[in-house]
Write a protein that binds this ligand. Structure first.
Ligand code: CA
Ligand code: CA
Length: 430
């Protein structure tokens, strides 16, 4: 009897965790601002997006063209996404596909034949007519699916099912943007580039993040869901022995972006999830890239959760689910001059996942980690991320990131984080 009751409770919780509660959202979301003190985006004047828009600057968009028009309309602006918008929508409403962007004689078959390491070698990047054709084809796709988000904008999903698919939102050198309650799906690149000099074995690289922040300040990314839908990395073929990577990041924060809060999002089933800082040698990133990452679900992601260079990055109350050891790379990437402060996170690791893999040395030297827990043998137990890493790696990480976060709301007991984040993170749950 007891066992049955427990199973019933577990089933109910699991059901809640996959189905958003009905009618969780309403147009008032667009009028909300980042709460005071809620992470780095609360610095200074805080983050208000387009919340103060007069009535004539409040838009409801249902197509790519309407979204582009709303971004071009006066600020401050609130843009509600209703239903599903596809970045590949042509002006006449038809859906473009990869063949529509291909130009100059590009085909994947021809590209694979020309740059096969057995033909081209491994010591130089592809060049010549087919690489030129790939670049031109990619440029055509970029013109269609990469869309800039201006400052003074709140972009918010209307209802529980707003979807932005096949589109790369680019928040570029602007201030004050809020993006909430949207499910971002599969910004696949039709024209991945083969680089035989990337790593020991070469790599396929792609262009489009779901959301890219470059030189952006005061940005609040909240209660969104990121998924590759029916086109996950795990389903891609391998060419030249390497995964054919058609995706880049889900949310990449680079090029001296600063004052960003990433809260209550679901990141799922993706390889390169969240990059904070893209260059070891940047002269503009030092002192910037300050980001707060809290109450997010990272479910079956492989790496960059996040990967950090330079920034003071507060990572707290996130729930990491790592079921498989086979493809998992790492959770927190400790990069050059990074200052990660990781506290009160929860890690649910499959039985064969090595907790020593949760950190990765990308040229950083130190971080702070405290009050983190792991789910092991059906119990939540403390895990000292740095000690576990240092026991099996050299050089050791130091244990002091050199700063203590002050901009944060309540830090929850990590033992309630798995349930809390499973129930409340993601689109449709704001
Ligand atoms: Ca990227
Ligand atoms: Ca060691």
């Amino acid at each position: 009897m007891k066992r049955t009751a427990l199973l019933t409770v577990a089933a109910a919780v699991a059901a809640l965790a996959v189905a958003p509660p009905a009618a969780a959202t309403h147009p008032a979301l667009g009028r909300q601002v980042l709460p005071a003190g809620d992470g780095w985006a609360a610095e200074g004047a805080g983050t208000t997006g387009g919340s103060a828009a007069p009535a004539e600057n409040v838009h409801v968009v249902t197509t790519r063209a309407e979204l582009v028009a709303a971004f071009a309309a006066p600020a401050p602006r609130i843009i509600h996404v209703r239903g599903s918008i596809d970045g590949n929508e042509a002006a006449d409403g038809s859906l473009l596909d990869c063949a529509d962007y291909a130009t100059g004689g590009y085909t994947l078959e021809a590209y694979l034949a020309a740059y096969d390491p057995a033909v081209w070698g491994r010591d130089r990047e592809p060049e010549g007519p087919l690489e030129d054709a790939r670049v031109a084809s990619a440029a055509a796709q970029t013109r269609q699916i990469k869309i800039k988000v201006p400052g003074g904008t709140t972009l918010v999903g209307l209802g529980d099912r707003a979807v932005v698919k096949g589109l790369n939102l680019h928040v570029d050198r602007v201030d004050n943007v809020i993006i909430r309650n949207i499910t971002f799906v599969d910004a696949a690149d039709c024209f991945p580039q083969w680089d035989p000099t990337d790593g020991a074995l070469g790599a396929w690289n792609s262009l489009y993040d779901n959301v890219s922040l470059t030189g952006a300040t005061h940005v609040w990314m909240d209660h969104n869901t990121f998924t590759d839908g029916d086109n996950p990395d795990s389903a891609q073929p391998r060419y030249f022995g390497q995964p054919f990577q058609v995706h880049d990041g889900q949310l990449d924060i680079t090029n001296a972006s600063n004052f960003v809060t990433v809260s209550w999002n679901r990141f799922t089933d993706h390889d390169k999830t969240m990059l904070i800082g893209s260059s070891n040698t940047s002269t503009t990133d030092p002192g910037k890239l300050n980001v707060t990452v809290h109450h997010n679900l990272f479910n079956n992601n492989l790496q960059r959760l996040p990967r950090v260079r330079f920034g003071q990055v507060h990572v707290y109350n996130n729930f990491y689910v790592v079921p498989e050891p086979g493809t998992f790379v790492y959770a927190l990437g400790v990069g050059v001059q990074s200052k990660i402060f990781a506290e009160s996170n929860a890690f649910a690791l499959g039985p064969d996942v090595d907790p020593g893999l949760l950190l990765f040395d990308w040229g950083g030297t130190t971080l702070t980690a405290r009050d983190n827990v792991q789910l092991a043998r059906f119990r939540l137990e403390p895990i000292d991320l740095i000690a576990v890493y240092n026991a099996t790696h050299d050089p050791d990480f130091g244990t002091d990131a050199g700063w203590t976060p002050t901009l944060h709301t309540r830090i929850d007991n990590p033992r309630i984080v798995p349930l809390l984040v499973s129930l409340k993170a993601g689109a449709g749950r704001a």
